[in-house]
Write a protein that binds this ligand. Structure first.
Ligand code: NAI
Length: 303
């Protein structure tokens, strides 16, 4: 089991700038051959320019690595298929997918247009689906794959003005958890990072300058390189990464209460028990592919 990525082929979406560029440079340094995908549009997803992907390909080649550009948008099934085809055509396979491409259209729910909502979902949620779907069969057939999705604290914790962005980012974690169950038997592991980094996306959000200076995007990439390696043996993990600090986000469920289901359960009973139902000090991590604590609670009946 190695941390090196020699012989591996990695596709990184949105790799022409910010976090994706840093992931591409580090994965190349670790020995992977890289498809640098980038549409080259603006932060809010308008326009396109080949220069973004071309520049990062040139940087990788200058340090002795192998890379090819791809300029497709992740927002269509054809785009997703072509991004993965670029890897197969250039390098014969795909081992790693880093779904990183992103845009922002921040507005409060009262003001957000459906077109903004759709644009954000098309890049973050559907862009992850389209690229993962195109790589899925290949990775399962070769019995090796590492996918790293890019979520956000806006999804896992919520953030004002980011209804579209937050729900797309949380939606992809549902996708990750189910794919993790379906891919595990074939050594196809799906994890996510929740980054914090100073990039063009976060540069104008009015956050404290001293705080933002600590958020070098290169400090996020070691987590991605580890999750992309053979050494990674976890799936459905969400890893936070910012300013050289790393952690893990997970759902927990409380012990809760169990009433006798053969008798009426009233609103008053729920009301009386609510403090115990919601008491996080009794919570345990949820486990994939189970019904949660349902059976455990039923087992307490009659004890
Ligand atoms: P960025 O704006 O510097 O980079 C995003 C890249 O994605 C750009 O190069 C852009 O051209 C590309 N892109 C956008 N739409 C595309 C499409 N349809 N097809 C292909 N490429 C496309 O932003 P940053 O900060 O590097 O963001 C990278 C990812 O990290 C995004 O998914 C973002 O939501 C996520 N993220 C970033 C955080 C931060 O603190 N910077 C915090 C949480 C999540």
């Amino acid at each position: 089991m190695t941390l090196r990525l020699d012989g591996r082929v990695a596709v990184i979406t949105g790799a022409g700038a910010g976090l994706g560029r840093q992931h591409a440079l580090l994965l190349a340094k670790q020995g992977a051959k890289i498809v640098v995908n980038d549409l080259g549009g603006s932060v809010n997803g308008v326009g396109g320019d080949h220069a973004a992907a071309d520049k990062v390909v040139a940087e990788i080649k200058a340090m002795g690595g192998e890379a090819v550009p791809n300029y497709d948008s992740v927002t269509s099934a054809e785009g997703g298929a072509n991004i993965i085809k670029t890897a197969v055509d250039a390098f014969g396979k795909v081992d790693i997918l880093v779904a990183n491409a992103g845009i922002l259209r921040d507005k409060s729910f009262a003001k957000v247009e459906l077109s903004d909502f759709e644009a954000v979902f098309n890049v973050h949620y559907w862009g992850t689906v389209h690229t993962a779907r195109a790589a899925w069969k290949l990775m399962n057939e070769q019995q090796y794959g590492r996918m790293i999705f890019t979520t956000s604290v806006a999804g896992t914790s919520g953030n004002f003005g980011q209804t579209a962005y937050g729900s797309a980012k949380e939606g992809m974690l549902g996708l990750m958890r189910v794919l993790a169950i379906e891919g595990r038997k074939n050594n196809v592991l799906i994890n996510a990072i929740s980054p914090g980094a100073l990039t063009r996306m976060t540069d104008n959000l009015g956050m404290d300058d001293d705080f933002m200076k600590k958020l070098d995007p290169g400090l996020v990439s070691p987590a991605v390189a580890w999750l992309a390696s053979e050494r990674c043996d976890v799936t459905a993990n969400v890893i936070t990464a910012a300013a050289g600090g790393f952690g893990r986000v997970h759902y927990f469920e409380t012990r809760g209460v169990q009433f006798d289901y053969t008798k009426p359960v009233t609103v008053e009973m729920f009301d009386e028990a609510f403090a115990r139902i919601a008491d996080l000090t009794t919570a345990d991590p949820t486990t994939a592919g189970t019904e949660g604590k349902m059976q455990e609670r039923l087992d307490t009946l009659g004890k």
